[in-house]
Design a protein around this ligand. Structure first.
Ligand code: AMP
Ligand code: MG
Length: 310
């Protein structure tokens, strides 16, 4: 329920930004989450239908739970992949290398051992985790929504759409300029619920993707076990962060990096950002302190700026 309320707040913020130009909006439940999107342009209705079909197709392909998905076949060694599907796996592997393994697209058995795929949550034994870490089966849960946003952008280019905004379960993808020419305003969710912690302003086609320990978790004996796992241990990452938002031109990269930077923690993530030039980030620590890299346009909160050079 908390997630739904936060999503509603986020949607209200986004939709509140829309100017008078005619648009088409749609809400879907795909990839186990609520997705909302809005399109402006002469063929907005056709675009809404196309994007709906695209999201369903990506779900059918990359679902970690459906037995008849391409991903399930891949994990059984029985998939024949299209070049586009193979390209996503290659991208995922490259991003795993780039992040020193903090983003790991082969954690399927570990994720399953915690019950995050079935919602039948449990704490695995150490030997189960050791075996699961060696299983190396694919799971693209940390990247597929960002990839969906990226794919949507490619489609919209062919569909006579002037501008669009997609909220893919909290992963935001903008396309083109906002109708009134002002920046898109994206709320960063407060990990404790309620009003957004701050507002990020972005222009043009941009992905704003958040990974947070509050998004999916269970509690046992007063301890919270969340869904972002440290590939070194198989345990929920305990990096001192509670949320990471990545702002990037490429949705696929944004999604992989938000997960990876969460696992790294603030210090390592800062160094990673200083050695990169394709994204900006906002971090919220477990104590509630907000940090933003110097290229972020953030309002509505007090925060510490992370500079490229110290
Ligand atoms: P996200 O919300 O994008 O950070 O993705 C988190 C989801 O990706 C989890 O629910 C798991 O299914 C999976 N996952 C968890 N930890 C990792 C990791 N370190 N690398 C890749 N995928 C992960
Ligand atoms: Mg991610």
């Amino acid at each position: 329920m908390k997630r739904l309320i936060c999503l509603a707040i986020l949607c209200a913020l986004l939709w509140g930004c829309a100017a008078q130009e005619a648009s088409v909006s749609k809400t879907d439940f795909v990839m186990d989450t609520v997705m909302t999107y809005q399109f402006w342009g002469s063929d907005a209705q056709a675009a809404a239908d196309e994007i709906h079909a695209l999201l369903r197709d990506l779900e059918n392909t990359w679902s970690a739970t459906a037995e008849d998905s391409t991903l399930s076949a891949l994990n059984l060694g029985a998939a024949s992949l299209t070049s586009e599907q193979q390209a996503l796996l290659d991208t995922a592997e490259a991003l795993s290398v780039r992040t020193g393994g903090a983003f790991d697209p082969k954690l399927h058995t570990v994720i399953s051992a915690w019950g995050f795929l079935s919602d039948d949550h449990r704490i695995p034994t150490q030997s189960e985790l050791t075996d699961a870490l060696n299983a190396d089966l694919w799971n693209l849960g940390a990247i597929v929504k960002g990839y969906a946003g990226q794919q949507a952008v490619e489609k919209l280019k062919d569909l006579h759409i002037d501008r669009a905004i997609l909220n893919l379960g909290g992963n935001i993808q903008t396309y083109g300029e906002k109708p009134d020419g002002t920046p898109w305003q994206i709320g960063i969710q407060d990990p404790n619920g309620g009003d957004p912690v701050g507002i990020v302003s972005v222009t043009g086609t941009t992905a704003v993707v958040t990974s947070g320990d509050y998004q999916r978790y269970f509690e046992k004996d007063g301890i919270r076990y969340h869904h972002i796992l440290d590939p070194k241990t198989g345990y929920p990452a305990d990096s001192g962060l509670t949320s990471v938002t990545v702002i990037c031109q490429n949705g696929t990269v944004a999604d992989a990096l938000s997960t990876a930077l969460y696992v790294m923690g603030l210090e390592e993530a800062t160094k990673f950002w200083q050695n990169s030039n394709d994204f900006e980030a906002v971090f919220i620590s477990q104590s509630g302190q907000v940090y933003a890299t110097e290229g972020v346009v953030l309002s509505g909160c007090t925060y510490e700026v992370i500079y490229r050079e110290n």
